[in-house]
Write a protein that binds this ligand. Structure first.
Ligand SMILES: Cc1ncc(COP(=O)(O)O)c(C=O)c1O
Length: 370
């Protein structure tokens, strides 16, 4: 049976009353006879969500957290004073800031490298954790997961390879099947899909690692609320169908954007049967230098693209990473990443693709007039 079919029918057992949809267990505590004793540890809605996500990404375990950032924080907390963390150069701005501040406080050595280049992976010495997104935010570069795992573990068999799989999604990439120890997600994005829930999920195969991270979630109090878990589970019922629609639109829009004279470059990740076997929703492009200052008017003139940092939603969005997703980084940090204000991000929703094209075409027409 396909993972998606199985995930649709995943339901936790609730004492024989057998509803076709699991209700929300709005309870913080359970009787001592229940397998769920306290919602900070577990709750039926969280358990069901975790079962669905782990099924979709084919891992043994899943751990749901309040946000994507808290998922990253829990994983970083596995590091100890004196250890070494390697991260990739282009990465979500808040993840970068968190890792910079966390490593400084705890006394962990932080190495920032461009892991999309194999020689840089070869150059890594003994490290304790390597954490990266693939495709990366914002340049959609791909990092070879199995190659990183092989190299890093050759120097330290206990090193943890952690992949932020948010942008690939479980439909197109399964990091733990190809060498990663941990895959994590901002569930706020594709899992929610409607810009109305925040959440995170951490996935892994190793039982001991699962217990360690689960304990951390319990002590940090970073578990997702039952209502958010219930909503996320509902959103995941349409995950596959949404993703395939996003994917179809994204391919058409990529070809369309390549014909626009005001665009210098369109970014799209390298697909590969063994790692990233599809892609959807987010595209980046560089506006030509002389048009950049008119971006705010351009964005405002669009009817179908909401502005803001959200993405992977049923409605389309437009954002400028320099002032949005990476605003927490200072200008030198953005420069060293190669991030300029000319870079624009589009997130395609489920609108009719011709309507999206027409809307953008009108926007570009107005940009020509300046
Ligand atoms: C790749 C990636 N990871 C993690 C996060 C953080 O997730 P959240 O906003 O759910 O905390 C984001 C947010 O945009 C992201 O883009």
């Amino acid at each position: 049976m396909k993972a998606e079919t199985k995930a649709l029918h995943t339901r936790i057992d609730i004492d024989g009353s057998d509803p076709v949809v699991t209700p929300i267990f709005q309870a913080s505590a359970f009787q001592s006879t229940s397998p769920y004793f306290y919602t900070r540890n577990n709750n039926p809605n969280i358990a069901e969500l975790e079962e669905v996500v782990r099924t979709l990404e084919s891992t043994n375990f899943a751990i749901a957290t309040t946000t994507g950032m808290s998922a990253i924080t829990l994983v970083l907390s596995l590091l100890k004073h004196g250890e070494t963390l390697v991260i990739n150069k282009d990465i979500y701005g808040c993840s970068y800031k968190l890792m910079q501040q966390f490593t400084e406080r705890i006394g962990v050595k932080l190495i920032i490298s461009d892991l999309s280049i194999e020689e840089n992976i070869d150059r890594l010495e003994k490290v304790d954790m390597v954490l990266f997104e693939t495709p990366t935010n914002p340049f959609l570069k791909t990092i070879p997961i199995s190659y990183v795992a092989e190299k890093v573990k050759a120097n330290n068999k206990n090193a943890l390879v952690v992949v932020d799989n948010t942008w690939a999604s479980p439909l197109f990439q399964h990091p733990c099947e190809i060498g990663a120890d941990i895959s994590l997600h901002s569930a706020t994005k594709y899992f929610s899909g409607h810009s109305d829930i925040m959440g995170g999920v951490i996935l892994m195969d190793d039982e001991k690692l699962h217990q360690k991270v689960k304990d951390l979630r319990f002590y940090y109090g970073a578990i997702l609320a039952p209502q958010s878990a219930w909503l996320l589970r509902r959103s995941l019922q349409t995950f596959g169908i949404r993703m395939r629609a996003h994917q179809k639109t994204t391919l058409v829009m990529r070809d369309f954007l390549e014909t626009i004279p005001e665009i210098e470059k369109v970014y799209y990740p390298k697909l590969d049967e063994k790692q990233l076997n599809g892609y959807a929703t987010l595209l980046f492009f560089d506006l030509k230098k002389d048009r950049v200052k008119h971006y705010p008017e351009f964005a405002k003139n669009l009817e179908l693209f909401d502005t803001g940092t959200g993405m992977a939603c049923v409605t389309s969005m437009i954002a400028q990473p320099y002032t949005g997703s990476h605003a927490s980084m200072n200008s030198e940090e953005k420069e060293s990443m190669g991030l300029k204000d000319s870079l624009i991000r589009l997130s395609f929703g489920l609108e009719d693709v011709e309507d999206l094209k027409n809307d953008l075409e009108k926007g570009f027409e107005s940009l020509r007039k300046f």
